[in-house]
Design a protein around this ligand. Structure first.
Ligand code: NAD
Ligand code: MG
Length: 300
């Protein structure tokens, strides 16, 4: 008997992707993945798909870039129709995602708009439900992160914008979506290792991620009787526009991800399967959990 063929290549996670030092680069908020160097990997050329989400309907906020884009691509390749939300200035990134969803043979709905507006959050959900014919998966992933060395540098407007984007928007969005979510539906919130190991210069952002972890757990208990699961994803340092448009120092960006045990930042593609797993019916017993991917750092 010939030996079973093994995997052609078993990638070493230390060497699978670019490592620091990175080229210094800065973009105005919220940044574009298409202008990053190196370009992030969202699974465009690697994510396969096995029909795990066949016929599902998903809404992903921040679906133009980063983790949201990786989730949107993976969802489509697993057989779901996908609506993405993003800021109007992110149209170039969003167009690429829409094309990738369509190339996967699925319906794509593009819903640009600012989540800091409660009325927009409600309209976004209504449009997604109308154009997808319902909603089974809601990923509250969009966030604002700005680096400020001191709390004295965090203006009232800054603080308000971070709270509105990271906490009020999921509150408004989940409230609007809930009447449409059937038993079996999944809500996923993107939190962060910042929830339990906050950086001193991310005072406002980090506390929203702790709150996200908390709402995942309370809502999981609250919605379990309806058969709706709620889980969180807690990334470590991932190579996304958030990191090059949030005012991080160039020294920090140059060394980005190098402090993790794996010695490099993660790529959005490396989290795609977590978003899929949490949405899939075969994870039916998982609710109120937070799943990390942080290169060996960021343990709660
Ligand atoms: P990203 O910049 O690709 O995604 C963030 C998205 O948020 C943007 O694309 C934008 O569309 C959206 N957004 C921000 N403000 C908005 C607003 N007012 N209205 C509508 N959309 C708005 O970066 P990312 O790193 O992929 O971020 C996705 C999630 O991952 C966020 O919740 C972030 O906090 C979290 N996260 C990122 C890292 C990291 O190192 N990159 C680490 C931990 C957690
Ligand atoms: Mg973006």
């Amino acid at each position: 008997m010939p030996p079973e063929p093994g995997p052609a290549v078993l990638p070493n996670p230390r060497d699978a992707y670019p490592k620091p030092p990175f080229r210094r680069q800065e973009q105005p908020w919220p940044g574009l993945a298409g202008r990053m160097e190196p370009r992030p990997d969202h699974g465009e050329h690697s994510y396969g798909g096995n029909g795990r989400l066949a016929g599902r309907r998903a809404l992903v906020t921040g679906g133009d870039s980063g983790m949201g884009r990786a989730a949107a691509i993976a969802y489509a390749r697993e057989g779901a129709d996908v609506a993405i939300n993003y800021l109007p200035s992110e149209e170039p990134d969003a167009r690429e995602v829409v094309a990738l969803i369509q190339e996967a043979g699925r319906k794509a709905v593009a819903i640009p708009g600012d989540l800091r507006d409660a009325a927009f959050c409600r309209q976004m959900v209504e449009r997604a439900v109308r154009e997808l014919g319902g909603l089974d998966i809601l990923v509250c992933n969009a966030a604002r992160q700005q680096t400020r060395a001191s709390i004295l540098d965090v203006s009232d407007e800054d603080f308000d914008a971070t709270m509105k984007t990271n906490l009020y928007a999921p509150f408004w969005t989940i409230k609007a979506a809930l009447p449409h979510l059937p038993p079996g539906a999944a809500i996923i919130g993107t939190t962060s290792e910042q929830a339990y190991d906050p950086s001193p210069e991310l005072y406002d952002y980090a506390q929203t991620k702790a709150a996200t972890m908390n709402y995942v757990k309370s809502l999981a208990k609250q919605l379990a009787p309806k058969g709706i699961r709620v889980n969180g994803v807690a990334p470590g340092p991932i190579w996304t526009p958030l990191q090059v448009s949030g005012g991080a120092t160039m020294e920090k960006l140059e060394r980005f991800g190098g402090q993790t045990p794996l010695g490099r930042p993660g790529q959005p593609a490396e989290l795609a399967s977590i978003y899929v797993q949490l949405a899939a019916a075969d994870a039916g017993y998982a609710t109120g959990q937070v799943y990390g991917a942080a290169g060996g750092s960021g343990q709660p």
